[in-house]
Design a protein around this ligand. Sequence first.
Ligand SMILES: Nc1ncnc2c1ncn2[C@@H]1O[C@H](COP(=O)(O)OP(=O)(O)OP(=O)(O)O)[C@@H](O)[C@H]1O
Length: 349
Amino acid sequence: MTTPADSSALQVRGLWKIFGPKAERLIGTPDAALSRAELQRKSGHVIGVRDVSFDVAPGEVFVVMGLSGSGKSTLVRLLTRLIEPTAGTVVLDGQELTAMDDAALRQVRRDKISMVFQHFGLLPHRKVIDNVAFGLEIRGDNKTNRRARAQNMINLVGLSGYEQNFPDQLSGGMQQRVGLARALAGDPAVLMFDEPFSALDPLIRRDMQKEVIRLHDEVGKTMVFITHDLDEALKLGDRILIMRDGEIVQIGQPDEIIGAPADDYVRDFVADVNKAHVLTLRWVMRPPSSDLEGVGAPTLNQSTIVRTAARTVLAHQGVVRVVDDAGSFVGVVDDEDILRVVVAEQDHE
Ligand SMILES: Nc1ncnc2c1ncn2[C@@H]1O[C@H](COP(=O)(O)OP(=O)(O)OP(=O)(O)O)[C@@H](O)[C@H]1O
């Protein structure tokens, strides 16, 4: 899925970050093509992000995933220019961040970008409502407006009744909800999440993932979400960018990552995923033998997740017809196609 550049919420082109004294001079030289380890050995420079390009569509949830050291934090800092790129451009909501002076950059950060971090970054001496309203205050909104907006956001994240509490009176999950409310309050063009749930215990983490999905359904914001957790990436991402050693290994929708891993690295990564929960019919269907195969049988869209399709397919004798978004007949599936995915999972367990 590519997006026309001029309608992107975020457009990244040829972005590099090399740490070290002569970083700029390395761009375009053969040394820049060395592996991270080789370059470090040769000159002490460390490649944080190497030649990364992608577009994020308005309203998309774009997940950046990779193991520790793969360059996720460096990338997210480059996207807001918290660190300076060695080369490349970042265009956010039509404005080129990489060409801005400091004043313009501060304004864009204030008006167009909200961040949610692992350590919630709440102000301990301010009540919940004043934490949520903080960005609006900085921006100069009047008190009545910012209070009303903050209250709406508090209601939206399910914290009504806690407006007058201080952060340390709330659990970790609740504090992160305050972080979400604060991020949404400024109505940013892009919300950036940097491993926001890594410090939460697994059950709360699951709740918060659901909360992000729910909030996204409600407010439809563009989101860039950094995580090292594949399950989290598959749950949240419309598309996922997988990084290794500062480079893009693959960008794809969750079912593409699982159905067609780009290389052995991604294949190993996704080996333990419950495929029936992610794969869609387009990965398991067969081409029809004729236009008439399965005439009269139930019809499912090719983007139906296998687990969801299982009930219909298994309840029907013979093949079920699969269609694309335009309604064209593109394939058939039967019990065996479904069971192959589901049983493989059971063998795995
Ligand atoms: N200021 C710096 N100076 C030198 N090297 C750096 C600097 N910041 C990051 N690096 C290196 O860049 C690479 C990418 O680091 P980065 O922190 O972006 O990875 P990450 O995927 O976010 O990892 P983690 O999940 O552990 O934070 C690493 O090899 C790291 O050591």
